[in-house]
Each structure stands twice: as structure tokens, then as C-alpha cells.
Design a protein around this ligand. Sequence first.
Ligand code: DC
Length: 226
Amino acid sequence: MAPRKKIKIAIDGPAGSGKSSTAKRVAEELGYLFLDSGAMYRSVTFLVLRDGADPHDPDASRAAAQKARFRFKRDDRGERVILNGEDVTDVIRTPLVTNNIAPVAANPAVREILVKKQRALGKNGGIVAEGRDIGTVVFCDAELKVFLMASIDERTKRRARELRARGIPVDFDRLLHDMKRRDQSDSTREHGALKIAPDAVHIDTSELTLDEQVAFVVEQARKRGA
Ligand code: DC
């Protein structure tokens, strides 16, 4: 049997399409690094807000991106995001952070800094990275690109379950409205917009279980030598 390669796997899609859960499990099965690029944009937004700065101020968000040092680790609570030595895994997922990401993620200087960090993490392959621009910008050379989709209702239901599981109260209609707004800003920003790479494999996850999604991506990865 040919030796297994350490390929790059890019998983993109809108919020709630199942990217994180799929990418995490695929990374575990293949023994690869899992990279949650959204956690980086969330962390920079968190730093800006904590400094009392305005997320619309491009200099403030660029400075926050420059001072952000990331470490990703897996412990008995799952994947943890360590920002400048502090565990921010939970706080970066609060609605306050989520609702202020758009101007930070639209800032080209922030994107340039974070894309560089993402490429550095993936330089030796053996990575499953998920986000919006992984297959189109960050790892254009990824051996496997996957685009995950699901209906807006299904995605909002999933996000509501996730937030409730964290003890965050949810108003479904409000969340649906926020998800639509986020879809809009994710797909229309000038830099790093959510686009489907022409060579991506599409998966509609509305009717699939997580196990089925994971099995499909792992099978595609194996076909490419992983
Ligand atoms: O995947 P997520 O919901 O945690 O991402 C949070 C936000 O970060 C998302 O609304 C847009 C931004 N993002 C981005 O601009 N580029 C990425 N590669 C990943 C996320």
C-alpha cells in the first residue's frame, strides 16, 4: 500500500452548515490538525471589544489582529482556543462577539494577518481547516475542498441548539434574523467573501447525520491519498 500523504482539507460553508463539527471529527479520524478560522476572527473581535475599541475602527482591529497569539489544543472538554495565554473558547461564541464580527472580518488588514497565520499552521499539510475562504484564498492548493450547505431553517435550529447547550437563552426569530444578516455580510464582503471554489465537492447537510458527513469527507480524503 502507498504511504499515506498529509494532505490539506478545506471545508467552507455558511454559519450553521456543520463545518466545525464535521471538520473536528474528520481531523480526529485522520490524526490531523483542526483549524477553526472563524475562532480567529471571533478572537480578534473579542480583543477589540474588551479594549473598549470600536469594531468599525480599522486601526483598532488591525492592532488587535497583530497582537493576537493563537494556540489550539484538545483537552477533555474538546477543542480549546487559547488567545494570548487565555482560554477564550466560550466567550468568543457569545452573541455580543458574534454580532460585532462583520466589520472586523471585512477589514483587509485583519484578513491578511490572519490568513498568514493560517497558512503557517498548514504549511506541512495534515490539516483540516474550516471557514469561509479556506478553499478560495487560504489554501487554494488544498487537495480536498468541501463546500457544506444546509437550509437557513436547519442552520438556525442547529445554532439555537448549540447556544442553548451553552446556557445562552435563544429567541428563534431573532436568531433567524441574525443568521440572515450574517449570510448577507459573509457573502458580500469585498475581501474573503464566502464563495464556492470551482473544484469543491458540495454536500447538502440538511438531511445527513454528522456520522454520514464525516464518513463522506474521510472517504474523499482517502481517495486523495490521506
Ligand atoms: O465560522 P464562525 O461562525 O465561527 O465564523 C464567525 C465569523 O467569522 C463569520 O461570520 C465570518 C468570519 N469568518 C471569516 O470572515 N473568514 C473565515 N475564514 C472564517 C470566519
